[in-house]
Design a protein around this ligand. Structure first.
Ligand SMILES: Nc1ncnc2c1ncn2[C@@H]1O[C@H](COP(=O)(O)OP(=O)(O)OP(=O)(O)O)[C@@H](O)[C@H]1O
Length: 406
């Protein structure tokens, strides 16, 4: 079977242009500027030449900076927006959970909206009646089902919208960030439901700012930057590309600031890893010791500061984090260059790749400088386990009967 035969979403050379209507100032209006209507408009390309083939049964995370075009792409896939050029096709019933407000009518009650929304998604009145109790039960807002949704909190709104979306039997589920609105138990419930969807072979496309969510759910990440796809592949790599982008933007901002006003600020200059022999290293065996050495510089005296590190997985889950204040270590005034070394006596981690993020902060926790994923290392462990901590339990078995007799 060719890719095109099994793909349920196909985006070909799609671009989307928005026309932005500029507000004229009072002065411009008074002196009759912008007589030509076109001069009050600006073209803006939110997406440029996007190509995507999404296979049935995959879960794809759309990630990128604010304004990079994720929601616009999701709306094109859902058919809510049409591309300016190019084509977007999908096969199968689509349920879309887009931003708050889309899909529900504020003056109608929860109950009325469920019927309206389900019918838009292709369910007959009878089918909706059949699933109605399940939907309301899933939403957990039965007490408010006959209240107009304009009085709902954003969390209640999302609960009901999600409940409808997952009960209309969609082949493709589009989810835009809304999961972040629900409270923790509801988010967990949604995640479980999404896992169920995955095991049933349905296709999910979600926009998320949560690296953890993308790592946990997706088998593919598409990274957007200024409306273009800059990466399409494994989530681990996609999240690295995204983080590198954030880091580059931060560095660029710092450089611009530095040119505008030469900094008197202290910096975290280097993050290095050393093995027990004092050599620079990036490969360790579980149980080895590692020195994480941070080099700081300050052109003026900096008092009451702290240094911190965290060890993270490629999906940004923190395995361990500490700082000199938590460790009750007093640091002398920083002037010129100084190194702070965190010696970890045993790296009891399971086989895998890990990153060190490090920071320089004021004593009250406000950031002065930091380096995200500044150093990478690999751990080799001979134990076979999942997770990150290499706890090496001793496993023994006992007869509980013998114990009760004793
Ligand atoms: N209807 C619209 N009219 C004009 N511009 C729009 C419209 N919708 C989106 N845009 C612009 O298109 C760009 C991409 O927006 P989009 O919402 O797709 O970004 P995003 O990656 O989802 O951002 P975020 O992470 O902030 O949700 C933004 O600059 C946004 O201002």
């Amino acid at each position: 079977m060719s890719t095109s035969e099994i793909s349920v979403v196909r985006v070909q050379d799609a671009s989307k242009r928005f026309i932005i209507h500029k507000e004229k100032s009072l002065k411009e209006r008074a002196i009759g500027l912008f007589k030509d209507r076109e001069r009050g408009k600006d073209d803006f390309w939110a997406l440029r030449d996007v190509n995507l083939d999404i296979e049935a049964g995959s879960t794809v995370g759309l990630v990128g900076h604010n304004g990079s075009g994720k929601s616009t792409l999701l709306k094109l896939i859902g058919g809510i927006l049409q591309p300016t050029t190019g084509t977007v096709e999908h096969r199968g019933r689509v349920a879309a959970l887009l931003e708050l407000g889309a899909g529900f009518h504020p003056d109608l009650t929860g109950r009325e909206n469920v019927f309206l929304n389900a019918s838009i998604l292709g369910l007959s009145q009878k089918q909706t009646e059949k699933h109605f109790d399940e939907m309301v039960d899933f939403s957990g807002i039965e007490r408010f089902i006959d209240t107009q949704v304009k009085f709902y909190s954003s969390g209640m709104y999302v609960r009901l919208a999600f409940a409808v979306a997952v009960h209309v039997d969609p082949e493709i589920l589009l989810v835009d960030e809304v999961l972040a609105v629900g409270d923790e138990p509801f988010q967990r419930k949604c995640m479980d439901r999404i896992h169920e969807f995955q095991s049933e072979g349905r296709t999910i496309i979600l926009v998320s700012h949560s690296a953890q969510q993308v790592g946990e759910l997706c088998d593919r990440a598409v990274v957007l930057d200024s409306g273009r796809v800059i990466f399409d592949g494994l989530p681990e790599r996609g999240l690295q590309v995204l983080r590198q982008g954030y880091e580059d933007a931060r560095q660029e901002e710092l450089e611009i600031k530095a040119v505008a006003a030469p900094s008197t600020q202290a910096t975290l200059a280097k993050v290095e890893l050393f093995d027990r022999t004092g050599s620079r290293a990036a490969e360790f065996d579980a149980g080895d010791s590692v020195d994480v050495a941070l080099t700081f510089r300050s052109p003026t005296p900096l008092t009451r500061w702290r240094a911190g590190i965290s060890i993270e997985t490629p999906l940004a889950q923190v395995v361990y984090g500490t700082n000199t204040e938590l460790a009750a270590v007093d640091l002398p005034t920083l002037m010129g260059e100084r190194q702070v070394v965190f010696r970890i006596p045993r790296l009891d981690l399971v086989t895998g790749q890990y990153y060190v993020t490090a920071a320089l902060e004021h004593a009250d926790g406000t950031a002065i400088d930091w380096k995200s994923q500044a150093a990478m290392f690999t751990v080799h462990s001979d134990t076979r386990a999942v997770g990150t901590a290499d706890l090496r339990p001793l496993i023994e078995t006992r007869s509980t009967q013998d114990r009760s007799l004793a």
